[in-house]
Design a protein around this ligand. Structure first.
Ligand SMILES: Cc1cc2nc3c(=O)[nH]c(=O)nc-3n(C[C@H](O)[C@H](O)[C@H](O)COP(=O)(O)O)c2cc1C
Length: 163
């Protein structure tokens, strides 16, 4: 007999077929070491003041680091950053080895050549099921003239030519 899909499975199917951009979000831990992960739960929240949010899984190895940190950097990824997108989602890889990065005046790690960069101060930490929502106020931001990286159905790609 065919098993009916669980609600959670349908939920994953729906979210997997919801196209998004992709970001890498970084911070610095108490020992000055950079931490970061690939994230597509990022969204803008408010213009005045400038606020953004994203959700972090409580099981992520850098969860405590992000929870304690004063801030984080959101990098909206460009179409030529697909390798970094997967590297920052892979368990155990030395994520920062493969990217060109530096520490900003706000003491946050910045990955060079991203499409957009938003340095944020964490202003709210909201408990939400198996994730925490981190809300950040944008301190500094800049944008490069590049095409975005898109995420859909477990694949990362570029904007179709007929867009
Ligand atoms: C496209 C994409 C989007 C992701 N979005 C999120 C997200 O919004 N929040 C999150 O906690 N993990 C997200 N992940 C998973 C994390 O990148 C991954 O679990 C994390 O890097 C694992 O880190 P760890 O090995 O240090 O635990 C996403 C992964 C991919 C490939």
């Amino acid at each position: 007999m065919k098993r009916t899909m669980e609600k959670g499975d349908v939920f994953k199917q729906i979210m997997g077929h919801y196209p998004t951009g992709v970001t890498i979000i970084t911070t610095i831990d108490e020992n000055g070491e950079p931490a970061g992960l690939t994230v597509n739960s990022f969204t803008s929240v408010s213009i005045d003041p400038l606020l953004v949010l994203w959700c972090i899984d409580k099981k992520t190895s850098s969860f405590e680091t992000f929870l304690k940190a004063d801030g984080f950097t959101v990098h909206t990824l460009a179409s030529d950053q697909v390798e970094a997108c997967w590297a920052f989602a892979r368990k155990g890889s030395d994520r920062f080895k493969g990217v060109n990065w530096y520490t900003s005046e706000n003491k946050l790690p910045i990955i060079k050549d991203s499409l957009g960069t938003l340095e944020c101060r964490t202003v709210q930490r909201i408990d939400a099921g198996d994730h925490i929502i981190l809300v950040g106020e944008v301190l500094d931001l800049f944008k490069n003239d590049k095409e975005p990286l898109l995420f859909y159905n477990r694949k990362a790609g570029t904007i179709p030519k007929d867009w």
